[in-house]
Design a protein around this ligand. Structure first.
Ligand code: NAP
Ligand code: MG
Length: 415
């Protein structure tokens, strides 16, 4: 089927941290490596297997080691992983419900998660105005994800109290005088974390040359949200000259105004979101742009470490079909873009433009394959024109490999 044998491999200077995972994405992972990476690139892969049984065997130490490896080498690529719940503990006979690997990675790398849809011509966004991708920058620490909550059984006073460590006087505010039953919660964030979030967003926008929006609700939350707004403003001012040079802008918007504007906007900007807003809006954007299989995700730490992955999970239902020996049609686009993102960044950091060029050709091959009408089931129904005969999981990857081989071969012949 494919052309005349081996093409010369691109050689990477430094290792890439490879973090393998679970279920259908693990199946895809092996195929992507076999057909799209190994034949073309010579790179040392420092591999950590976060396959659930391995996390259980190592008491989750493998997750910590993977995060430390990304710290050390600067770039990692991660497969989707199961975050175990009670059903998974039973299914895999686990010692316990280990925490979310992504939570552990974020805690160690301390960064911001950027999620960007991949735009292809034959999968039009649901929102007519959207022409270019909208990237979400989600703060990955605190707020409701680190809150404490209390059920209030009946009448009584709830207060929030701060005891300074230096022994100064305590400071308290009344939350509410309950006349009956209710609920209460307290959440927090950290100046250092908010600042690194803002800094990562400014850095990402300058790298990608896109405008930045930050949305919050400081009119209502005059201390908490206002702190985010003030820190963003100060980090923007620190980079203002760079923004002007790059021809990009920073805007603060009330979050409801940001939402209303976003659906009327042609796109092509970075939307910095507080943790909860980012959680909700990235799912809205992913389906608005077409499919979960077309959403990429990268965790960027404030000191410039990068961990690339697909935004979706392990596609469990497809995996059970695969295990029964039935054909599957799972979209591997976001997983492939995790690899191309990581290889491209490796090339950029190491000064090996031929590696970055390979990553670009890989992405081009994926997009051209989809635009040629060779699509998986998730896209077949929403593609324009509609596709009757969708391809299998493996068929899709092999079609990409064929295009890539032609592209890389043509490049090599021209040299
Ligand atoms: P999911 O794996 O993202 O899948 C949800 C549904 O979306 C699938 O059943 C499938 O729909 C569709 N889908 C997602 N990715 C697709 C792709 N590449 N190609 C085609 N269709 C795709 O989410 P989940 O089912 O909620 O979670 C499964 C497991 O993944 C859980 O154990 C969860 O903990 C884990 N998870 C991991 C990550 C991560 O590692 N980053 C993120 C989220 C979830 P149809 O079944 O209708 O075809
Ligand atoms: Mg979500």
């Amino acid at each position: 089927m494919h052309g005349s044998g081996a093409v010369p491999k691109v050689v990477a200077k430094n290792p890439l941290v490879e973090i393998d995972g679970d279920e259908m994405t693990r199946v895809i992972w092996a195929m992507v490596k076999e057909h799209l990476i190994e034949p073309f690139v010579e790179i040392q892969l420092e591999r950590y297997d976060l396959f659930l049984p391995e996390r259980d065997r190592t008491d989750d130490q493998v997750t910590v080691q993977a995060a430390e490896a990304v710290r050390r080498h600067g770039v990692g690529v991660k497969c989707a992983t199961i975050t175990p719940d009670a059903a998974r503990v039973k299914e895999y006979n686990l010692k316990k419900a280990w925490p979310s690997p992504n939570g552990t990675l974020r805690a160690i790398l301390d960064g911001t998660v950027f999620r960007k849809p991949i735009v292809v011509k034959n999968v039009p966004p649901m929102v007519r105005a959207w022409k270019k991708p909208i990237t979400i920058g989600r703060h990955a620490y605190g707020d409701v994800y680190r809150d404490v909550e209390m059920a209030i059984p009946g009448p009584g006073r709830v207060e929030l109290v701060y005891h300074p460590s230096d022994g100064g006087p305590a400071h308290s505010v009344r939350v509410h005088d309950f006349k009956g039953a209710g609920v209460a919660m307290a959440m927090h964030n950290l100046e250092a974390s908010i600042r690194s979030f803002a800094r990562s967003c400014m850095g990402y926008a300058l790298d990608e040359r896109t405008d930045v929006w930050f949305g919050a609700k400081d009119t209502i939350s005059k201390t908490y949200h206002a702190a985010f707004k003030a820190i963003f403003q100060s980090e923007y001012e620190a980079r203002k000259a760079d923004f002007e040079k790059a021809g990009i802008t920073y805007s603060y918007l009330l979050i409801d105004d940001a939402v209303a504007r976003a659906v009327r906007h042609p796109g092509g900007f970075l939307w910095a979101c507080m943790n909860y807003d980012g959680d909700v809006l990235s799912d809205m954007l992913a389906s608005g742009f077409g499919s979960l299989g077309l959403m990429t995700s990268v965790l960027v730490s404030p000191d410039g470490k990068f961990e690339y992955e697909a935004a979706h999970g392990t596609v469990q239902r497809h995996y059970y079909e695969h295990q029964k020996g039935r054909p599957t049609s799972t979209n591997s686009t976001a997983t492939i873009f995790a690899w191309s993102g990581a290889l491209g960044k490796r090339g950029e950091l190491d000064g090996t433009p031929e590696l970055t060029e390979f990553a670009r050709k890989l992405e081009e091959s994926v997009i051209e394959t989809i635009e040629s009408g060779a699509v998986t089931k998730d896209l077949a129904a929403i593609a324009e024109p509609k596709v009757e005969d969708y391809v299998s999981t493996e068929g899709f990857i092999k079609a990409i490999a064929e295009r890539l081989r032609a592209k890389v071969g043509a490049g090599a012949a021209a040299r």
